[in-house]
Design a protein around this ligand. Structure first.
Ligand SMILES: Cc1cc2nc3c(=O)[nH]c(=O)nc-3n(C[C@H](O)[C@H](O)[C@H](O)COP(=O)(O)OP(=O)(O)OC[C@H]3O[C@@H](n4cnc5c(N)ncnc54)[C@H](O)[C@@H]3O)c2cc1C
Ligand SMILES: NC(=O)c1ccc[n+]([C@@H]2O[C@H](COP(=O)([O-])OP(=O)(O)OC[C@H]3O[C@@H](n4cnc5c(N)ncnc54)[C@H](O)[C@@H]3O)[C@@H](O)[C@H]2O)c1
Length: 483
């Protein structure tokens, strides 16, 4: 076994690991980045980027097939060439991966080690069967992987996860998507819009990332109107039959159905990659799922010289959070024991379905827990169904619920299903991070006619409910028609 001595070792060369490496390098020269798979990141290889590429193709197909209400007719069929769709997804995906790999290539070869790391002790890692790394400080940045009932493995190659979808050479005829969460909705709706027959099954009624029952119900109805979605499905049997998967379920009318599909796509959540790290060999405190407990401001675990970042921490499994956490963890590993708290931004999440879904600041559940007991918050809302610009574009589906604190009038958070929610969410997240009140937000400029005017309507509604402004009149004509 080769022996290597370093000040900081980082396990995992994904988004969090790369950010940790760069931050640690600013503090010390002695940093080692250990990657057990391929460099390129989950985001670029099998996550954010290829999923958005598939969504872009689906949007093009959907728009082309829905021009008639505008008086525009595309004569003849809109033809979807599955091979070409998947070719573009893979080509562009490879380009994005290429950029990451190029950046990794620029890292000094002495600072990189290929192999899977496991803990021997708090300060010692074994890398495959070739190297022992003695590290004064360690950052765990090992990401996450799909999690699904193990019995589904009996389906063999008919069971797919997101990683497999982006390697398809052609689109299949039919897919049963299990899990109407973030991944299931993004991929399921895209596949449906690209002509794949999609059946979507959920558990317990959960749809998307929502905690607000009104917003979730709106999302469920909207997606159910487009493809088969049962968010609280009663699936009796799943079985491989030759080259397909046979699914027996009780449909929403209570009738037993038997359907054959080409694939079962498991989108039933992700689990942190911390179970093969030999964590039993170190006195790390973990939560009930076995995930190391870490301070979200310093990313320090209960073993002071060990930090954790990104999906591995199971805190907020999103790309920008992985980058922020990696930076904090790497910097603190570099300066340990003189660690510092890092910048934590207001929370924001967006799901790129149509309509889009978004969450900002505190969720409805968090607001209810924190402010609900004393009736200390109010909810303002707007429906996008009659919102002017949304209607102009025939994107008039959605509901925005905003939460504000009684007394202070402070903006607390929002849950959104609606057109261009990714942009509305940014606007709201910036206001949230600046600790703005609803009145201050209403002092900001709003152009006409834009979807953001819907946000203003919800803000006015909330201000009135907080008794900080006058009650809304239904048509605010001085605001412009359709606000
Ligand atoms: C389909 C999909 C779509 C997504 N879309 C979005 C989106 O639109 N927006 C968004 O914000 N987020 C999105 N995400 C989430 C986002 O991709 C992740 O939050 C982010 O990539 C996590 O980065 P990470 O550095 O923690 O993990 P990763 O990038 O997975 O890096 C972990 C690395 O650790 C390595 N590793 C694991 N174990 C070991 C070991 N023992 N030794 C050495 N190396 C090891 C792995 O090989 C991997 O390279 C999406 C995720 C998926 C799956
Ligand atoms: N746009 C984005 O930012 C984006 C996109 C994709 C993924 N992500 C990240 O990836 C994470 C994981 O996404 P995900 O969709 O895998 O998880 P998720 O937690 O969002 O959704 C999982 C869904 O599967 C359901 N489920 C669980 N077991 C089931 C079963 N046996 N049968 C049917 N349904 C079942 C759950 O009720 C839930 O609705 C997200 O939390 C998010 O952080 C983000």
């Amino acid at each position: 076994m080769k022996q290597v001595n370093v000040q900081v070792a980082i396990i995992g060369g994904g988004t969090a690991g790369l950010a940790a490496y760069r931050a640690a390098k600013h503090k010390t020269d002695s940093v080692l980045l250990i990657e057990g798979g391929k460099f390129g990141t989950t985001c670029a290889r099998v996550g954010c980027m290829p999923s958005k590429l598939l969504i872009a193709a689906a949007e093009a197909a959907h728009s082309a097939a829905h021009t008639e209400p505008f008086g525009v007719f595309v004569d003849g069929n809109v033809r979807i060439d599955g091979k070409k769709v998947m070719q573009r997804v893979r080509d562009e995906r490879d380009r994005f991966v290429g950029f990451v790999v190029e950046a990794v290539d620029e890292i000094d070869i002495e600072d990189k080690l290929i192999g899977k790391a496991t803990f021997i002790s708090e300060a010692q890692l074994q890398i495959d069967d070739h190297t022992i790394v003695n590290a004064e400080r360690i950052v765990i940045a090992t990401g996450s992987r799909p999690s699904y009932p193990p019995v589904w493995n009996d389906l063999g190659d008919k069971l797919v996860v997101n990683d497999d979808v982006f390697d398809w050479l052609d689109l299949p005829k039919s897919v049963a998507v299990f899990g109407p969460g973030v991944i299931g909705l993004e991929l399921g709706q895209s596949l449906h819009r690209l002509g794949v027959e999609v059946l979507m099954f959920g558990m317990g009624g959960q749809v998307g990332p929502f905690t607000d029952p009104e917003v979730m119900a709106y999302a469920e109805k909207t997606f159910s109107d487009e493809f088969y979605l049962d968010a609280d499905a009663n699936v009796k049997n799943i079985e491989r039959k030759g080259n397909s998967v046979e699914i027996t379920y009780i449909d929403k009318q209570g009738i037993e159905q038997i359907k054959d599909v080409e694939y079962l796509l498991a989108a039933t959540g992700r689990r942190p990659n911390i179970d093969h790290l030999g964590l039993d060999n170190i006195p790390l405190k973990s939560d009930y799922r076995g995930v190391p407990i870490a301070d979200p401001y310093t990313m320090q675990t209960s073993v002071p010289s060990i930090f954790i970042a990104g999906d591995a921490s199971n805190q907020i499994p999103l790309l920008h959070e992985a980058a922020d956490q990696g930076k904090i963890a790497g910097s603190n590993a570099g300066v340990y024991p003189n660690i510092r708290v890092g910048l934590r931004r207001s929370s924001i999440a967006a799901v790129f379905t149509d309509p889009q879904l978004a969450m900002v600041g505190l969720s409805h559940k968090q607001v209810s827990e924190k402010f609900g007991g004393c009736g200390c918050f109010e909810t303002g809302n707007v429906s996008f169904e009659n919102q002017g610009r949304s209607r102009v574009m025939l994107k008039n589906k959605g509901l925005l619920n905003l939460y504000g604190e009684q007394g202070t009038g402070r903006f607390l958070g929002a849950e959104i299903v609606g057109p261009q929610a990714e942009h509305l969410a940014h606007l709201l997240a910036w206001a949230h991070q600046n600790r703005m009140t609803i009145s201050q937000m209403l002092e900001m400029p709003f152009y006409h006619p834009v979807i953001e005017e819907g946000v203003r309507t919800a803000l006015r509604d909330l201000n009135a409910k907080l008794k900080l402004g006058s009650v809304m009149i239904s048509e605010c004509m001085e605001c412009g028609p359709g606000c």
